[in-house]
Design a protein around this ligand. Structure first.
Ligand SMILES: C=C(O[C@@H]1C=C(C(=O)O)C=C[C@H]1O)C(=O)O
Length: 113
């Protein structure tokens, strides 16, 4: 803003709340990725695929209702979920590759032995 157009005080007040909300979102995402990384490790140990479409369908239905009820655009909510889950799947694929390379993975069915 310029000297002739100072930032209105209410914007400054709102920005303090926005900063708090952004910090909470970062903390929540960090906690969420800690949980999903552990899911990835358990999936790798159990030979389960990274993606779980049925779980995705359940989450989409649940979060669409929550978005509707809370005044958040459901289409935005789904784009946000897809963005996060896409990163989770990327983590899971890395974890699975590292697990396979470590030799600790479940025995690979060798159809030629
Ligand atoms: C975390 C999991 O793996 C994937 C990621 C999900 C998520 O981030 O919510 C949900 C389902 C899976 O596509 C899971 O299967 O629970």
């Amino acid at each position: 803003m310029t000297r002739d157009n100072p930032v209105p005080p209410e914007i400054l007040t709102l920005r303090r709340s926005i900063d708090n909300i952004d910090a909470a979102l970062v903390h929540l995402l960090a906690e969420r990725f800690t949980c999903t990384r552990r899911v990835g490790q358990l999936k790798a140990e159990g030979g389960l695929p990274a993606a779980d479409p049925e779980r995705d369908r359940q989450q989409i239905a649940r979060l669409t209702q929550i978005a509707d009820a809370s005044g958040l655009d459901p289409e935005f909510a789904e784009k946000f979920r897809e963005f996060i889950v896409g990163e989770v799947i990327r983590h899971h694929e890395i974890i699975a590759a590292e697990h396979a390379a470590s030799g600790d993975g479940p025995p690979v069915l060798d159809t030629y032995s």
